[in-house]
Design a binder for this molecule. Sequence first.
Ligand SMILES: *[C@@H]1O[C@H](CO)[C@@H](O)[C@H](O)[C@H]1NC(C)=O
Length: 287
Amino acid sequence: MASNPKRTFVLILCSVLLVAGVARGGNFYQDVDITFGDGRAKILDGGNLLTLSMDKASGSGFHSKDQYLFGRFDMKIKLVPGNSAGTVTAFYLTSPPQGAHHDEVDFEFLGNASGQPYTVQTNVFSQGQGNREQQFRMWFDPTMDFHTYSIVWNPTHILFYVDGTPIREHRNQAARTGVPFPTRQPMRMYASLWDAEAWATEDGRIKTDWSRAPFVASYKGFVASGCTSPDVAACARSNGAWMHQQLDTTAQARLRWVQKNHMIYNYCADTWNRFPHGPPPECAAAK
Ligand SMILES: *[C@@H]1O[C@H](CO)[C@@H](O)[C@H](O)[C@H]1NC(C)=O
């Protein structure tokens, strides 16, 4: 094999790229480890598909083998169909282990009763500090087919996308506001299906209907392109379009469209009485 010069060249090129960063794509056997659920998480179709299931005894989950400092993470997800009230399907980044100063970037899909729309909740934690939720109603039925959910994380921005449409921009305003932004701890991609009937659907008024268990969510098309070594600058040079990604004017207009028409909660305009002393400082700075 190695006697083929073209292949040798490709192998060398790949090893050079691996030193700085890594692009993962497409095979769950190679890319992830199952973290909990005792057989309820299943890798199928030669590694192309992963299903998470949940019954009364347990949910299930998995995480990426690699850790990343900055990157772009795409996942195609088909959510629990029918009456999914009480369930939460998640796709997120978090710095392991989840200690008091952990960083986290979340997509959480809050299930609902049959025929009622799902809520997508996004959140950002930095140095253990969360309470940065924005929630959206999906503008399509996310249980009918796979849709792509993406997180871009670089030193200045965290961006959330649904099928390529930006739904949220969270900027690094640490210099102006002192509010920390995740820039130092590597994170892993995590996904899970779990029971949150105490709060997920209409503040816990609608409980999980366990007679419908097991609940199943499906994942495919995981692509991660990020820095896996501490040399972030080298990684950014080798493959990091996401490293400088921000929203251009077209993307800003689409973001405003989503926020105007589909956003149902924004911590900066809190209506749940969570911030007696006013919303966090970056809210004012963002205006
Ligand atoms: C479920 O749907 C109802 C009716 O549209 C809505 O009021 C409620 O907020 C939804 N709950 C979640 C968790 O999306």
